[in-house]
Design a protein around this ligand. Structure first.
Ligand code: FE2
Length: 566
């Protein structure tokens, strides 16, 4: 039984491939077509997952698409009619072709250029968007039963989904619909602060600790209301996205309260920091209220989180500390990429009743390249090649000497975080490293923080209340007595977005951090994604070499080769 899951034409297009209940591959199209958060159909991802496993479309039995197009069209049309004539502006950006393409997906794939040996016979199923988010978290969580919360901008028209997973089954218990959306609130303020919605939200989260939430706390609370029974509403006087179809995000009333919108690239002032701080705080408070309501509906010990808002690692940290659940699993590709996987898992388990299997690792599911590929990329672009006896020990030595190293190993990660296979690594002890990396390597805003990857067995010595966080989706306070030792990974508020690395989840990365720890007494590395501002994380050795050559990284380690510029 071969199952495919696809997300296309929205954002973060992706493909997942399953052999029965077993996940074989899961990749985002942006890594192949090099367009961040791409909306394109994931042709390249689809070709790669099939070819890599010796399959073609005629081998596929089931295909899940990540939303229900008719519900999407009905919901969009209803809203456009409701807000006439102001909603007419939607039609300047409306792309009816996308809805048609989604409806014609079956024939596109059957007649397309995917090189099937015989006529494909897969069954195409359009899956409820939030059910796909929920499935992407629950079926990987290892929990036999759990409460599930999915929060995003919007699916077909649901924005916040409360449900329960039991064995094979997932059921919805409550929901909030458009235009009332915690994700769209965050995106609207992201746009107001001069960053790109649907991508720049993480920058706002990074900016927030520089500000004082008190200045705009009550104004921000005025934008939304929630209560004990899970109701959640935005005050629509302050927003325009629901009327304009995301052409304009905020209304003039918003600027009357918070001041004029910040033009992109202009100076960031304390006002912008304070708005970000108030937003982050109010979103955390609202999310905690939603989680508490979920616990009343589903009084489980286990929580699964998905949806784009679940990438807010600071919020996740508070849910873990202050929420009513004992155990928590966050889908690492919590954004819409995850719905490609979730859709396929939903068919496998929820519909076909296939047994759940333990997934030892749910992140490293992308392409891997051979030693010959590494060698060819290094030669083509004229790098100096060093072949140490042990590339891990040599890399640890370089990092301990303050070098910035591009680290390219094994199968590519899925999701927005680099988790030790497509990473840029550096010494967390160096207080100047953050500025060096932001300016000379990543070419990004000076305020943005860097995260630590710490050996799981030593994490509790360095971070307060730390839990297993293999996917870098939780923020913890750095132990105050040790903050001074790792300034490059301690954010301005004394916290860090932690990746805990175990020998089981990523043995080679674990060995590298341990080797660095033996040399320095600090069992962690600064770990940032292997890319520069505005570009997707590198996929191929050649991507890595190009990125390396365009920045001030000192070394590039491709598999066992240690490379430097001539
Ligand atoms: Fe979504």
């Amino acid at each position: 039984m071969v199952l495919l899951g696809i997300n296309a034409y929205a954002h973060d297009s992706a493909v997942a491939l399953l052999d029965g209940p077993r996940i074989l591959a899961f990749v985002e199209e942006e890594r192949f077509n090099r367009e961040k958060h791409t909306t394109a159909f994931p042709d390249r991802s689809l070709r790669w997952v099939l070819e890599h496993h010796g399959l073609d479309l005629s081998d596929v039995d089931e295909l899940a698409f990540f939303l229900k197009p008719w519900q999407l069209i009905a919901s969009r049309t209803a809203r456009a009619l409701r807000y006439l004539p102001r909603s007419l502006v939607q039609f300047t950006t409306y792309r009816p072709g996308n809805a048609l393409r989604i409806l014609a997906l079956g024939s596109y794939l059957r007649n397309g250029s995917f090189g099937a040996r015989r006529a494909p016979r897969f069954r195409l199923r359009y899956v409820d968007h939030h059910l796909a988010h929920a499935a992407s978290a629950y079926y990987l969580s290892g929990f036999e039963e759990a409460a599930i919360l999915s929060i995003d901008g919007a699916g077909e028209d649901i924005t916040t989904w409360f449900g329960r997973g039991m064995g094979h089954r997932i059921v919805r218990r409550h929901c909030v619909r458009l235009p009332h959306s915690l994700g769209l609130l965050y995106s609207a303020v992201t746009d107001y602060l001069g960053f790109k919605p649907w991508g720049g939200e993480g920058k706002v989260m990074g900016l927030a600790p520089y500000g004082d939430p008190a200045r705009y706390r009550s104004a921000m609370h005025g934008l939304l209301h929630w209560n004990e029974d899970g109701r959640f509403e935005l005050d629509l006087r302050y927003f325009d996205f629901h009327v304009t179809g995301w052409t304009r995000w905020i209304s003039p009333a918003f600027e009357q309260v918070f001041g004029p919108r910040r033009p992109p690239q202009s100076e960031l002032t304390s006002r912008h920091q304070d708005v970000a701080a108030a937003l982050q705080e109010v979103v955390e408070d609202a999310a905690l209220a939603l989680v508490r309501h979920l616990h009343r509906l589903v009084p489980s010990r286990n929580l699964c989180l998905a949806g784009g808002v679940a990438l807010n690692s600071v919020m996740n940290g508070r849910i873990r500390r202050e929420g009513p659940f004992e155990h928590m699993f966050v889908q690492p590709a919590a954004n819409d990429a995850g719905t490609a996987l979730g859709g396929a898992l939903l068919i496998a388990h929820g519909l076909l009743g296939l047994p759940r299997v333990e997934s030892p690792e749910v992140v490293y599911l992308g392409p891997e390249y051979s030693a010959a590929d590494h060698e060819a990329a290094a030669r083509d672009l004229g790098l100096v090649i060093e072949r140490p006896d042990d590339a891990v020990e040599r890399t640890a030595e370089l990092l301990a000497a303050g070098k910035i190293v591009g680290w390219f190993q094994g199968r590519m990660e899925v999701g927005p975080r680099a988790l030790g296979n497509r990473s840029i690594l550096a010494d967390p002890r160096d207080a100047t490293m953050k500025d060096t990396l932001n300016h000379r390597v990543k070419h990004r805003e000076a305020f943005r923080p860097f995260a630590p990857s710490v050996l799981e067995e030593h994490a509790a010595e360095w971070f307060e209340g730390v839990a297993s966080s293999p996917h870098m989706l939780l923020v913890f306070p750095v132990n105050p007595a040790r903050r001074g030792r790792v300034p490059a990974v301690t954010h301005v508020d004394g916290t860090a977005r932690v990746q805990t690395v175990s020998a089981r989840s990523n043995p080679r990365f674990h060995r590298l951090i341990a080797a660095f720890g033996r040399r320095t007494g600090v069992p962690m590395l600064l770990n940032t994604s292997f890319n520069v501002q505005g570009e997707p994380i590198v996929c191929t050795p050649s991507n890595a070499v190009h990125c390396f050559k365009g920045t001030d990284m000192d070394y590039l380690v491709l598999g066992d080769l240690v490379l430097r510029k001539p």
